[in-house]
Design a binder for this molecule. Structure first.
Ligand SMILES: Nc1ncnc2c1ncn2[C@@H]1O[C@H](COP(=O)(O)OP(=O)(O)O)[C@@H](O)[C@H]1O
Ligand SMILES: *[C@@H]1O[C@H](CO)[C@@H](O)[C@H](O)[C@H]1NC(C)=O
Ligand SMILES: [Mg+2]
Length: 505
């Protein structure tokens, strides 16, 4: 079956320009079969992408229907503390529509026809936590000691994953200033990246545990030892059940789930790279975990306080002196960043830095622990380790996953796959069947497999499935399909399978 006949079961004709492209491809087939095959595969990838792009919708925001609410601290019930880092404290929260008194039970509200049940239904379907569906991060505002610019920069970085309407209360009519805030980029929503759904400044309140947990960063009016300012930035997000660190402390996931977790981190990082953002502080405390209806862990990257998201610089940071901040988490700093020596004209390229950190995190997910923290062996230093020193991953992990993790931890970024290619390798490896990634790269088989995947994804959606982590990953893969990057991944698999697989018949 070729790409054209496989289109029929999908029940939709490609748009006219695509049909033209295909005809062109077929015409050339008479002259140059191999090139035509490639053209046809590339065109199939574009068609599939066109179909899935609009279907790959971002998750719903349960406050979205209440466009005018949630822009001040008074709109929320604040519960217990759920986390603390070096830039702020995080509390569970709820945003009741009716005056406090409904027992603090989540976003139940009656606001005109349909609004209430619709909002709540959507919230529950998307797995928002009952009771306290939200988390509020209160930033510290301490300019004494550290520079006030430093604080302001951190705070604007925290807004990089803010949704379009997150700032519309505080910052007036400008829903999302075109030029960004403080020259920072905005991220489009993605299933594996946190979404900040509201951001506003407010007076610092005295929250539970404040005088015990962080007396020094409170304003002096609330704590005698406090050096904080009385006003600060608040960020509202979905409340996730746990962090990746907490999840892993309860035991190692099975290898197949582990691979799905690594894949989600790669998808999240790919999304950042494509938009010219580097997170620079990936670690298990900065990754949140929720569970789909089947219990499969869904991962989101959070805490953008150290990110590089400069509108002008993109992923290339000039490094003229040691005063330039290279990001958080020195243990998980990619070799090219960790070994950079400042000087005139020196530039650090972050385009493969986060994907290196995913390689290190893969050791935490699959076991035996992160070699760069010295878990399960002597600690490796990212500045000086040799690739042969990386410990073996445990036997239950699939050989292709192990190969991939090894590649992610290559010292030379040019030899490291991009996040996109690495994610494609896992997509092909997890559900690519024997047809793909065999030596000789049988392109028509790759295309036939893509079309089967597309048909299956459309059917799953029609039958009301598609809420799970796996369906979401498959949909995202099809929506971002690029022929070149797919081939690059298939070629990697080919070379690993070369010895073990029979040659194509
Ligand atoms: N949306 C959330 N849902 C649940 N817990 C969260 C959420 N955001 C943060 N946390 C918890 O709070 C901790 C600190 O948050 P983070 O954004 O990483 O702040 P910091 O910049 O201070 O490190 C996290 O490690 C996590 O335990
Ligand atoms: C932090 O405090 C300073 C000094 O009081 C204030 O000018 C600034 O607006 C505060 N930052 C935020 C985000 O509220
Ligand atoms: Mg953090």
């Amino acid at each position: 079956m070729d790409a054209k006949s496989m289109r029929v079961p999908l029940g939709r004709l490609p748009p006219a320009p695509r049909r033209l492209g295909l005809a062109l491809g077929l015409g050339l087939a008479l002259l140059e079969p191999a090139a035509a095959e490639e053209r046809r595969a590339a065109s199939a990838c574009r068609d599939i992408q066109t179909i899935f792009l609009p279907r790959n919708k971002p998750p719903k925001d349960p406050l979205g229907l209440l466009a005018r609410r949630g822009f001040s601290l008074e709109d929320y019930f604040i519960g217990q503390s759920i986390g603390k880092g070096c830039s702020g404290a995080v509390y569970e929260a709820a945003a009741p529509a009716e005056p406090p008194g409904d027992g603090g039970r989540g976003p139940k509200r009656k606001e005109g026809a349909g609004g209430a049940s619709e909002a709540q239904g959507a919230a529950e379907a998307e797995g928002w936590k009952e009771g306290f569906p939200l988390a509020i991060k209160m930033m510290w505002n301490i300019s004494a000691g550290s520079t006030s610019e430093g604080i302001l920069t951190t705070m604007s970085q925290e807004l990089v994953p803010a949704s379009g309407r997150a700032l519309s209360g505080e910052f007036g009519a400008v829903a999302r200033p075109r030029g960004g805030l403080c020259g920072k980029k905005w991220l489009k929503p993605h299933p594996n990246v946190i979404q900040v759904i509201r951001a506003f400044t407010s007076q610092v309140p005295l929250l539970p545990g404040a005088t015990v947990d962080y007396p020094d960063v409170l304003p002096s009016s609330l704590s005698p030892s406090g050096i904080g300012h009385s006003r600060t930035l608040f960020l509202v997000m979905k409340n996730y059940p746990c962090t990746l660190r907490q999840f892993l402390s309860e035991g190692r996931p099975d290898p197949c789930v582990g691979a799905l977790m690594i894949l989600q981190l790669l998808e999240g990082v790919d999304h950042l790279v494509r938009q010219g953002v580097a997170h620079r502080d990936l670690k298990s405390d900065n990754i949140l975990v929720e569970f789909d209806p089947a219990g499969c862990p869904g991962l989101v990257i959070t805490d953008f306080g150290c990110c590089l998201a400069d509108q002008r610089l993109g992923l290339k940071l000039p490094f003229p002196s040691w005063y330039v901040d290279r990001g958080g988490n020195t243990c998980l700093m990619a070799p090219e960043v960790a070994t950079a020596v400042p000087g005139p004209g020196v530039v650090i390229d972050y385009s493969k830095a986060d994907v290196w950190a995913v390689g290190a995190l893969a050791y935490e997910i699959l076991g035996p622990g992160n070699p760069f923290y010295g878990q399960g062996g002597p600690a490796l230093d990212s500045r000086s380790y040799r690739e042969e020193e990386l410990p073996p991953l445990p036997a239950p992990a699939a050989p292709e996953v192990k190969e991939l993790v090894g590649r992610l931890l290559r010292r030379n970024p040019a030899k490291r796959p991009s996040a996109r290619v690495a994610a494609n390798v896992l997509h092909l490896s997890l559900w690519g069947e024997a047809a793909v990634g065999r030596p000789g790269l049988p392109l028509p088989q790759l295309v036939a497999w893509l079309l089967r995947q597309s048909a299956a994804a459309l059917m799953t959606e029609r039958l009301g499935g598609g809420r799970g982590v796996v369906s979401g990953l498959k949909r995202g893969f099809l929506a971002g399909l690029d022929y070149e990057e797919l081939c690059e991944a298939a070629a990697l698999l080919c070379c690993w399978r070369g010895a073990a697989c029979p040659a194509p018949q």
